[in-house]
Design a protein around this ligand. Sequence first.
Ligand code: SAM
Length: 230
Amino acid sequence: PITERLKSIASFLPEGAYFADIGSDHAYLPCYKCLRDPASRAIAGEVNEGPYERAKKTVHAFKLEKQIDVRLGNGFDILTAKDAVKQVVIAGMGGSLITSILENGKQKLKTVERIIVQPNVDERSTRKWLHQHQYSIVAEMILEEKGHIYEIIVADKKAESLHLTEEEYLFGPVLLRNQTEIFRKKWQQRYDKLQQIIEQMKKANIINEKKVAWFEMQLKMVEEVLNNGK
Ligand code: SAM
């Protein structure tokens, strides 16, 4: 039951990957990758018992115990210096949760060459975090599955990273350059939503000027992108 979303995430892992999948749930992603690429190895991390048990079950069902180690624990706590994983995947969570997992575990990133994230919301904050920690965005993908639009962000460790604009943080530097129909659909939807929010805030007399100003700035950026692409 591997989804297009997880397949797409796997496509950004190299041959012979050695990666940690944090918040792995069923461990579908590591199982998919390790079945197709016997040279790959993975550590699947889960903070909750239920998903941890599910992950162990899937790994056992595919007889992948030699390639995949399932561990119970919070974020990067499950990794030791000895593991020295080369890639990290954090997918299917909110951007701020992903960012906090990265922030709390940043000492464990010394050997990590590539970080792949798939935030369900608030992609902007994960891009910012990656950029501020010497991970440069090298690839991005946007896809729609079962009515949801997902973004995948791939960042590699680089000594220096190019300056990113506010627009690039919001829309994604790669996605902005090659605007697809799904990209435009997402931002059209966001545009309508932003307008609604601003209107409601004004109607309810919410005097959080900073917040209103930030929403209005976003609205302007979205408007520009939608108009420029025409
Ligand atoms: N990564 C899979 C995917 O993309 O399909 C599963 C996503 S699932 C919605 C999110 C999972 O992350 C849940 O199983 C949850 O238990 C786990 N999780 C949430 N916070 C976590 C943390 N701090 N450390 C490890 N796992 C976490």
